[in-house]
Design a protein around this ligand. Sequence first.
Ligand code: SAH
Ligand code: SF4
Ligand code: F3S
Length: 448
Amino acid sequence: MEQRPGTELLKGSYYIETYGCQMNEHDSEKIAQLLEDQGLCPVDTAEMADVIVINTCAIREKPEHKVYSALGKLRALKKRKPDLISIVAGCVAQQQKQELLKRTDVLDCVLGTHAISELPALISRIRRERRRVCETEFRRDVTSLHMSAPRKGAGSVCSYVTIMQGCSNFCTYCVVPYTRGPEQSRQAYEIINEVQQLARSGVREITLLGQNVNAYGKDLKDGVRFPELLRQLSHIDGIARVRFTTSHPRDFHEDLAAAMRDVEAVCEHVHLPLQAGSDRILREMRRGYTYEEYLEKIRFLREMVPHVAVTTDIIVGFPGETREDFEATCQALQTIRFDQIFSFKYSVRPQTVAGSLNNHLSEDVKKLRLAMVHDIQSAITQQYHTDTVGSVEEVLIEGIRTATGQPFGRTRTGKIVNLEVSENVFIGDLIQAKIIKGLKHSLVGKKV
Ligand code: SAH
Ligand code: SF4
Ligand code: F3S
């Protein structure tokens, strides 16, 4: 335990519920570490906890609404345990601020995305002063960005490493710049120290996290940019794989593809959100690239990094999206043939430019378009999986399935491989597996 100077030890237990992206999952890991360092112990259910943290996501209406049902459950828990401390953290907290406290009396603390490191002190204060608190100021220097990785338990092979915080792109549909603040890169030496520390604790794969990782370093004076960071990380002993997400197409250039080609540890997978295939919609979204420019990036990437897997995000039903606009997106999927996509119905977000447009599409149209996109992509993904059958892939064993006892891991291209139960492999093993079956969402393999 590493108690933070100037803070008192806390008594009791904690439970965290997390929604949203990998960045939020990683923030929850940091919160857990902070609370444990102050003396709280983790428990498996909200019912057992003295402190409950709900780490929230505001990217679309649906994840946002999960918070309100979670708050409903809190009411019953609070009734049974009046000393329970309830905290809403993450992007909904940041967005709604005081409003959340006004909305419900069962909440003790609203913790903004820049205030994570203050949580232990805030809990002490709430217990001492019996007063509700809201901490949602944006800081120029976000302290949790400097926090070292949560200590990994034995057997953890994969770990996230935050390399930047926030986003300054302001795509017209997106809430993230408002909930995470402006883009801030973390110093390269801090990242390298953290990765060295992780490697010493047995971690073999790291995923570098940021909203726009290829803009890494633009705001720093030391001159280290993202491709250079990848090269520096490749010298760290013990790290077999480096992944990163998310890349923004506008900032994706040949120097990054070259680093992917040259640095062995960097996995052959890029998540490059296209969002839409129509130039008019891309312009309205303020994405900063045309469809042709995006295609050109895919062209050099596939040429320079053979067998690279490309995945993407697609939004259907952006305000004013016509039948032709939508068809351009469908055509893009057929032309590019992504390995996998994440597709979403456009969802109005408060504060955003697109939210105040007056040409929104009906829910029915959005639903229909989403289903069409799913159908197109399902066939493509299935074809990729079928084509992999017979090939031999490097798989890093990440865990054992509780239900079936099957060891599982991922290929360098990010595809899930389940092995047969009888395979004699251990978590952390880097093996060669022959793919024997290609399913809809995963592959089945056999160690060779
Ligand atoms: N920083 C990343 C994406 C972060 S959000 C990038 O720029 O690519 C993840 C995805 O959620 C986005 O790529 C987008 O496809 C989707 N998304 C964001 N806001 C949305 C909204 N208002 N409605 C529907 N989907 C949205
Ligand atoms: Fe949102 Fe655009 Fe920033 Fe991605 S780049 S987080 S979509 S504003
Ligand atoms: Fe959601 Fe915030 Fe991540 S809105 S997607 S948790 S950055």
